[in-house]
Design a protein around this ligand. Structure first.
Ligand SMILES: [Cu+2]
Length: 206
């Protein structure tokens, strides 16, 4: 009786471990995918081949190029996971400057933080100064804010917003709270003069 029971337990454990193998593969594969969303391309589901998404193409948010149906045809949802191995650590040449040029080179923006030494777990505000690439103040921008901790796959605990346009190309951003120390990315999507571009800052909080 006891022996039978033991064999049964072993059998269950064996089947259990078999069931784990593919799901572990999936977790691993998903971690390699660069989509901001979740796409179901072969690359993302199995880790095979390269991701062939093109950023900005038919709803694709992959940094890589995946050939999932979502990315090729725009149908359905992208099921890639946000965390990418290469992106989960800041590169050694990561720029921590407070003045950055936007991705497409349309704007230049600098921030100042209040307080200056950025604390963890405390509500703070930033002032963002926005200029065109040639240094003209951008006075009528629409700005959205997002913060992200790529190593952990989570964002800010708050939803910071521009609460005041100071009129001289600076904008008050309130409601910023970094919930833990580590590497953070702050992105500001700036829309002005019919153009949209994103400025990204790296932060290393202690
Ligand atoms: Cu975190």
């Amino acid at each position: 009786m006891f022996r039978k029971f033991g064999i049964l337990i072993l059998a269950v454990m064996f089947l259990g471990s078999m069931a784990w193998i593919p799901s572990l593969d999936l977790v691993d594969a998903a971690a390699k995918c660069a989509c901001g969303k979740d796409c179901k391309c072969e690359h993302c589901m199995t880790g095979k081949g390269e991701c062939h998404c093109k950023p900005g193409e038919k709803g694709c948010t992959c940094g890589k190029g995946c050939t999932c149906e979502h990315c090729r045809t725009g149908k359905g949802e992208c099921k890639c996971h946000a965390a990418v191995v290469e992106k989960t650590k800041p590169t050694s040449d990561a720029d921590y400057a407070k003045t950055m040029t936007s991705k497409a080179g349309i704007f230049k923006a600098s921030y100042t933080s209040d307080p200056d030494a950025i604390p963890v777990n405390q509500m703070i505000s930033w002032k963002l100064k926005v200029e065109t690439a040639d240094g003209q103040a951008v006075k009528d921008a629409e700005i959205s804010v997002s913060g992200d901790m790529p190593e952990h796959g989570h964002g800010l605990p708050t939803e910071p917003k521009v609460t005041k346009n100071c009129g001289d190309g600076t904008y008050l951003v309130e409601g910023i709270k970094f919930s833990m120390p580590g590497w953070w990315i702050m992105s500001f999507t700036i829309k002005a003069g019919g153009k949209t571009d994103t400025v990204t800052y790296n932060l290393q909080l202690k």
